[in-house]
Design a protein around this ligand. Structure first.
Ligand SMILES: Nc1nc2c(ncn2[C@@H]2O[C@H](COP(=O)(O)OP(=O)(O)OP(=O)(O)O)[C@@H](O)[C@H]2O)c(=O)[nH]1
Ligand SMILES: [Mg+2]
Ligand SMILES: [Zn+2]
Length: 348
């Protein structure tokens, strides 16, 4: 196997600067501080060097699934140590769950993210918008998958697709059923050898079931859903697998919280319709309240712009601004603290 078959390309090659005795490998699984890396020869367990841990200033600097790393192999190549992270070509990150204001890296070097929602109970356009912000911010192309179409009528499915389009979302939508197999071939057809894909969505929507379909056998564990259609977090670790057609696919646990932060570009890309409208307001600094010549207000009044969609944008923008401010504040304090410690140590 060549590294290009694991997704390596010229962009990454231009960024990789491994030291002597080190080799390139891709992180294929992460589970609470334990890693698995894969190269031409296969997969082995790996751990971070002390130096790596010491120089990592933020959780964002830690390897995640999909990352390329410089590793050293030990004991007849039976395990490896991770020395260096190759700069990411694209990334998926969110605000870490709970009150903690920090980023959490989810995956890296992804080409296409499948945003998965189940037609049964799980469907929610506002949540779709959140996923889109995250995906767009990380320079990843989104494709929407609506699963469990076997549980709804064609008319219901049609309404869901209309609701997505009404929110100005232009990404491709593939409805599918893992039970009847409808739509699965369409997903398969768009996956290319050497490109990396990931599956994002709530627990129980059928992400792993779809991967098993694409693999052609039940390799990964899937779980039952409760009466409400909610999953029970069957997948617990992020894991990259290679399909027969050469495409690389990352399975992930279902996400509960999806905080957005510092998503400037992600927001503008995901709400491109709103950005375009705002650009034609009479005043460049229009706040879209009661200013004359406001294109946003006019579009809402004429029904061209969906109010819920606009409110969702305002809400995400406020949340992102707040989180970003708190994050910058925290980083400043971290830095000031570091400086203080250094000066105290120097003075001893
Ligand atoms: N009716 C129906 N059931 C499905 C479909 N896809 C998956 N399921 C069922 O939904 C349940 C959950 O599927 P999983 O593939 O484990 O869901 P997941 O998204 O991987 O969930 P987590 O790993 O918890 O994030 C299983 O019982 C599947 O058999 C589908 O298209 N239609
Ligand atoms: Mg799963
Ligand atoms: Zn305006």
């Amino acid at each position: 196997m060549e590294l290009t078959e694991l997704g390596f390309d010229s962009v990454l090659a231009g960024q990789a600067t491994c030291g002597p005795g080190q080799r390139l490998a891709r992180v294929t699984a992460v589970d609470r501080g334990r890693y698995v890396v894969r190269n031409e020869a296969g997969e082995v367990p790996a751990e971070l060097t002390g130096k790596f841990l010491h120089t990592a200033v933020s959780s964002v600097d830690m390897p995640c699934v999909g990352d390329w790393v410089c590793v050293q192999y030990h004991d007849a190549d039976s395990h490896a140590t991770i020395h260096e992270l190759v700069p990411r070509r694209s990334f998926l990150r969110r605000k870490s769950p709970g009150r903690n204001i920090d980023f959490q890296m989810i995956a890296a070097n992804i080409d296409v993210a499948f945003i998965v929602q189940s037609c049964q109970f799980d469907f929610n356009v506002r949540r779709l918008e959140r996923y889109l912000v995250m995906v767009n911010e990380g320079q990843i192309a989104p494709v929407l998958l609506l699963t469990k179409t076997d549980l709804v009528t064609p008319a219901e499915l049609e309404r869901m697709q209309e609701a997505i389009r009404a929110a100005g979302i232009t990404a491709d939508i593939i409805p599918l059923s893992n039970i009847t197999g409808a739509g699965v071939a369409q997903v398969q057809a768009l996956m290319q050898a050497g490109k990396t894909y990931c599956l994002l969505g709530s627990s129980g929507v059928g992400k792993t079931t779809l991967i098993n379909q694409l693999l052609g056998h039940d390799e990964l564990a899937t779980g039952a859903v409760s009466g409400t259609g909610e999953g029970r977090h069957t997948t617990t670790r992020r894991h990259l697998v290679r399909l027969n057609n050469g495409a690389l696919l990352i399975d992930m646990p279902g996400m509960r919280e999806l905080g957005v932060m510092s998503a400037g570009e992600g927001l503008e890309d995901s709400f491109a319709d709103i950005a375009a409208l705002a650009a034609s307001c009479r005043f460049a600094d229009c706040r879209h309240n009661n200013e004359p010549g406001c294109a946003i207000r006019k579009a809402i009044e004429s029904g061209e712009l969906d109010v819920a969609h606009y409110q969702s944008y305002l809400k995400l923008k406020a949340e992102s601004d707040f989180n970003e401010m708190s994050y910058l504040d925290k980083r400043k304090k971290d830095k000031a603290f570091g400086k203080m410690v250094k000066s105290v140590l120097k003075g001893r």
